[in-house]
Design a protein around this ligand. Sequence first.
Ligand SMILES: [Fe+2]
Ligand SMILES: [Fe+2]
Length: 244
Amino acid sequence: MKAVLQRTLHQKLHYLRLPFFQFLRDDTRPVVDRLAFFPCMAGFIMSFGDLNRYVLRDEPTDDEHQDMVNVHTHEDDHHWPWYLEDFEKLGFATPATPVQTLRFLYGEGRLQNRLLAHRLAHLVWSVSPTVRLAVVEAIEETGNVLFEATSRLAASYRATTGVELRYLGDFHFRRESGHAMHTDHAKLAAIQLDDATRSVALARVDQVFGWFRDWTDELLAFALEQIERRARTPSAAASRLQAS
Ligand SMILES: [Fe+2]
Ligand SMILES: [Fe+2]
């Protein structure tokens, strides 16, 4: 598994340099502008609990690696309520009819967000628990990059507004860093893989990062569009969820 973890780290180093993360770290931009991506990720964030609960988890199990995956899923399946909490705190929960909300969630500009959970499910559905573990670790590393960037933004937001963003901020980030995955890195690295399993795991790790890259591109495009829209129509704050 050592080679798989090395590949994951290599992919992570590319991932954290993607335009979306540069945008999040760009201190020349107002914090609220950088947070404009937030509603766009609803589809994926709301699916992530189910992905953990009904796809990654397999209980009961007597497989040691599936057991590690299961422990992880119990940590990660209940974070979406914090997302909804931040959604309100950031003022995105403006009144909309059910049809407007559905139109927003299913609009073309949210395609990657809808697909990502399906794609990740496809990656883990019929593989061994050991490969599953490698996929989970890769997903976690993408989360680590995201939450490291957003926790800085959340700290700035709190400093100016007094409002704590629990999903985007330290509250969540601290829980993400405490994963069994991270504390047991040495244990993971010691797992022996045969050649066939290793190449399946490597390919899937690459696929995780590729699909998450597409996801970040969509979040960035959405944020830039919202910033432009606000600049054109100062009252656009009242229609933040407008689909386009
Ligand atoms: Fe989480
Ligand atoms: Fe996580």
